[in-house]
Design a protein around this ligand. Structure first.
Ligand code: AMP
Ligand code: GLY
Length: 435
C-alpha cells in the first residue's frame, strides 16, 4: 500500500520510521516531511519522498493521492484535522487515519469537550463557558483561586492561564477577549483548578471499537525543575507508572469509552487517536483536555515501544475495522525522549545552527528523530525551528532508557542548542525512593 504522511515534526519522523518498517508499506510519501523523514524514505530505495503540498488545499492533496495511488493518509498534526482535511479526503474515497472536522472539535473547542463531559457524565473540572468579557467577569465570582482560564480554540498550546489572584484573573479575561489569542479567545472556558499529577493516555478508536495505546508523561516547561514558560514539550517517557493498570482501566471506562459513545450518538463518530490529558486527583482520573492526534514528543516514545505493525493498526482504524484487527502490542521496556531545542525557544529560537554527529549518537544506542531541521545548500544539517531533535532511547528501566538517551545526546554537536537534563525526574525520584 502507498501511504501519504502529513506533517513535518519529530512526531511525524517517528511515525514515518515505524510505517516504513511495515511489509505492507510499498511507497511512503510525506508532506512536507523533514530531512529525517527523507532519510527514512531514501533508505528504502525506490519511489516516494517528501513533497511540498499546500495542506489547506484539500483538492491538491486528493489529486496527489489519486495520481500516486495512495491507499492511506496518516495526518500527524491537529491543524489540518480541525480544518477538515480528513473529511475532504474521505469524500474523495481515500482512507484517512485521523478524525473529521466535527470530531476534531474535541481538541478544537474546549467548550465543546466540556459540554460533552457534562452530557456523558465524564469526570472533569467544574466549568463555565463565557462568550463575552462581561459573562466571564461575572463567572469568576463562582471560582476560588487559583482558577483556570482557557481560550476556547486552538492556541498552539498557549491558551491556558492559571491566575493566582483576582486581579490577574480579571486581566486575563480582558486579554483574551481583547484578542491576545486571536479568534481562539473569542470564547473562554473558566475552570476549577484540579490538584494532582498529570498523565497522558492514548487510545485508538474507529468510532466504535477502542484499544488502549499506552501512557506517557511529558515536561511542558522549558526549564529544569519544571520552571519557566510553557513549550510544546521538552521531553517525555512511556510508560508512565503513575497510571497504574487499575487507574488506566478506570480512565478507559469512565472517560475514553463514554466519549467515543457520546461522539457516535451526536452523529460525529471519532476515528483516530484520542490523546487524553488526565489529572490523577484524590477522586480518581479527571479529564483535563483531549487532543485529536498523537502527542509530540509523546509519539516518539510510543513508537519506540510499539512492537506490532503500525500500518495494520492505522489502516484498520481508518477503515472502521478495528474490532477485527489484532490489538497493538507495546514493549514492557521504558522509552525516553529528550528534546534538543534551539537557544531562545520558546520565544525566538536561533535558526540555522549547524548540527553534527547525529550518526554517532545513533551508534551510541539512541534513535534521533528530526523535529526542526533542514539541509543547508552545502548539504550540512542545520536547525530550523524551536524544537530541533528528539534523542530517544529504550531500556529495561526508565533509568536505563534515560542513561542511554543522555549518553547519546552528549555525542551530538550543536552549539546553538539546549536541553533539559532532568527529563523523567519525578518518576526517577519515585523509583529511587522505592529501591
Ligand atoms: P491544556 O492546554 O488544557 O492541556 O492545559 C495546559 C495545562 O494547564 C495542562 O497541562 C495543565 O498543566 C494545566 N491545566 C489545565 N486545566 C487545568 C485544571 N482544570 N486544573 C489544573 N491544571 C490545569
Ligand atoms: N506534548 C504535548 C502535545 O503534543 O500536546
Amino acid at each position: 500500500m502507498n501511504i501519504l504522511l502529513i506533517g513535518s515534526g519529530g512526531r511525524e519522523h517517528a511515525l514515518a520510521w515505524k510505517l516504513a518498517q511495515s511489509p505492507r508499506c510499498t511507497t511512503l510519501w510525506a508532506s512536507p516531511g523533514n530531512p529525517g523523514i527523507a532519510d527514512v524514505i531514501a533508505a528504502r530505495g525506490g519511489q516516494g519522498g517528501c513533497v511540498a503540498l499546500a495542506l489547506t488545499d484539500h483538492g491538491a492533496i486528493a489529486a496527489f493521492c489519486a495520481e500516486h495511488d495512495i491507499g492511506l493518509v496518516v495526518v500527524g498534526p491537529e491543524a489540518p484535522l480541525v480544518d477538515g482535511l480528513a473529511d475532504s479526503l474521505r469524500a474523495a474515497g481515500i482512507a484517512v487515519f485521523g478524525p473529521g472536522k466535527a470530531a476534531a472539535q474535541l481538541e478544537g473547542s474546549k467548550g465543546f469537550t466540556k459540554d460533552l463531559c457534562t452530557r456523558a457524565g465524564i469526570p472533569t473540572a467544574g466549568y463555565v463557558r463565557a462568550k463575552s468579557a462581561a459573562e466571564a467577569h461575572a463567572a469568576l465570582a463562582q471560582f476560588s483561586l487559583p482558577v483556570v482560564i482557557k481560550a476556547d480554540g486552538l492556541a498552539a498550546g498557549k491558551g491556558v492561564v492559571i491566575p493566582q489572584t483576582a486581579e490577574e484573573a480579571a486581566a486575563t479575561v480582558d486579554d483574551m477577549f481583547g484578542g491576545a489569542f486571536g479568534g481562539a479567545g473569542a470564547e473562554v472556558v473558566i475552570e476549577e483548578f484540579l490538584e494532582g499529577e498529570e498523565v497522558s493516555l492514548f487510545a485508538i478508536t474507529d468510532g466504535s471499537a477502542i484499544v488502549a495505546f499506552g501512557s506517557a508523561q511529558d515536561h511542558k516547561r522549558v526549564g529544569e525543575g519544571d520552571t519557566g514558560p510553557n513549550t510544546g514539550g521538552m521531553g517525555a517517557y512511556s510508560p508512565a507508572p503513575v497510571l497504574t493498570a487499575e487507574l488506566e482501566a478506570r480512565a478507559m471506562a469512565e472517560i475514553i469509552a463514554p466519549t467515543v459513545t457520546a461522539m457516535a450518538e451526536a452523529g460525529m463518530p471519532y476515528s483516530g487517536v484520542l490523546f487524553a490529558g488526565l489529572m490523577l486527583t484524590a477522586d480518581g482520573p479527571k479529564l483535563i483536555e483531549y487532543n485529536c492526534r498523537f502527542g509530540d514528543p509523546e509519539c516518539q516514545v510510543l513508537m519506540m515501544r510499539l512492537e506490532s505493525d503500525l500500518v495494520d493498526l492505522l489502516d484498520a482504524c481508518a477503515r472502521g475495522e478495528l474490532a477485527g484487527a489484532a490489538a497493538p502490542t507495546l514493549s514492557t521496556e521504558s522509552a525516553m525522549t529528550v528534546v534538543v531545542a534551539a537557544k531562545g525557544y520558546p520565544a525566538t529560537p536561533v535558526s540555522g545552527g549547524a548540527i553534527a554527529n547525529v550518526a554517532v549518537a545513533e551508534a551510541a544506542g539512541a534513535k534521533v528523530f528530526h523535529a526542526g531541521t533542514a539541509n543547508a545548500a552545502d548539504g550540512t544539517l542545520v536547525a530550523k525551528g524551536g524544537r530541533v531533535l528528539n534523542v530517544t532511547a529504550t531500556g529495561a528501566s526508565l533509568q536505563a532508557a534515560r542513561d542511554r538517551a543522555y549518553a547519546a545526546l552528549s555525542e551530538i554537536s550543536y552549539a546553538d542548542g539546549f536541553w533539559r537534563g532532568d527529563i523523567g525526574w519525578r518518576e526517577l525520584a519515585r523509583q529511587s525512593d522505592l529501591s
